[in-house]
Design a protein around this ligand. Structure first.
Ligand code: DC
Length: 231
C-alpha cells in the first residue's frame, strides 16, 4: 500500500557530489531551504556506521566481523527543527559524527560492500518519498542516476584545507595546516580510487569549482540549474 502510494509520486531530486570540505553540506542546506526540499546528508549515515565500528572495535578488514556488524546496524533518519538527526539502533548519534576519527573511519569503511549495501535503499527510499537535495560522493552516479539536477562541487585542496583550518581556529584548537591538507588529499584518494561507487563527476553533472566563489554565489548557481529544469 505504502509502496503504491510512493510509486505514484513524482518527487524531484538535486544530487550534489564532491570531495570532503568542498562546502557541500552548507550549500545543500541553503538550496534545500530555498526550494522547500529536504536536505539529506548521506555522509552522516556513513559516519554513523563508522561510529558503530569504532566504538565496537570492529576490524573492517575482517569480512565476517564486518558482515555481522552491518547486519546488526539499523540507521534511521529524522528531522528535528529542520535539522537531520541520525539514529543508530534507536540512539541519536548525531552529536558524535563530526570528529576527525569518525570521518577517517567513514572514508575507509564506506569502501566496503556491506556498508554501502546497508545504506543504498534508505537513501533511495528518501528520494522516493520527498523532494530532496542529497549530498555525498556517489549520489549522481549511483544512488539517484535520474536526479533532475546533478552538481559536482569541488575546490582546490589548499582552499578546502584553509576552510577547515579556520573552522578549527574558531573552535579554539591549534591545527597544523600541512597535516590538514595531507589528510584531505589522502581522503580524496581513498574516496576517488575505491572499487565500489567511487567519487567522480557524473557525465551529466554541472561542475562547480568553489575555490574562488562565495557561498551565496554557489547557491545561486545551483538554484539557476534547478530553475532551468523547472524545479
Ligand atoms: O561527506 P562526509 O565527509 O561526511 O563523508 C564521510 C565519508 O563517507 C567520506 O569520506 C566518504 C563516505 N561517503 C561515501 O562514500 N558516499 C557518500 N554518498 C557519502 C559519504
Amino acid at each position: 500500500m505504502l509502496e503504491e502510494r510512493i510509486g505514484e509520486k513524482n518527487m524531484a531530486a538535486i544530487a550534489i557530489d564532491g570531495p570532503a570540505g568542498a562546502g557541500k553540506s552548507t550549500i545543500a542546506k541553503k538550496v534545500a531551504k530555498e526550494l522547500g526540499y529536504i536536505y539529506v546528508d548521506t555522509g552522516a549515515m556513513y559516519r554513523a556506521i563508522a561510529y558503530y565500528l569504532v566504538t565496537n572495535h570492529i576490524d573492517i578488514e575482517d569480512e565476517e566481523a564486518l558482515n555481522t556488524a552491518c547486519s546488526q546496524i539499523t540507521i534511521r533518519i529524522a528531522y528535528e527543527d529542520g535539522a537531520q538527526q541520525v539514529y543508530l539502533n534507536d540512539e541519536n548519534v548525531t552529536p558524535y559524527l563530526r570528529t576527525e576519527e569518525t570521518g577517517n573511519m567513514a572514508s575507509k569503511s564506506s569502501a566496503k560492500a556491506p556498508v554501502r549495501a546497508a545504506l543504498l535503499d534508505l537513501q533511495r527510499d528518501m528520494a522516493k518519498e520527498y523532494d530532496v537535495v542529497m549530498d555525498g560522493r556517489d549520489i549522481g552516479t549511483n544512488v539517484l542516476p535520474d536526479a533532475e539536477v546533478k552538481i559536482y562541487l569541488t575546490a582546490s585542496s589548499k582552499e578546502r584545507a584553509n576552510r577547515r583550518y579556520k573552522e578549527l581556529i574558531e573552535k579554539g584548537e591549534k591545527p597544523d595546516f600541512d597535516q590538514i591538507e595531507a589528510d584531505i588529499i589522502e581522503r580524496d584518494n581513498r574516496d576517488m580510487n575505491r572499487a565500489i561507487a567511487p567519487l567522480k563527476q557524473a557525465e551529466d553533472a554541472v561542475l562547480v569549482d568553489s575555490s574562488d566563489m562565495g557561498i551565496e554565489e554557489v547557491v545561486q548557481a545551483i538554484l539557476n540549474a534547478a530553475r532551468d529544469r523547472e524545479l
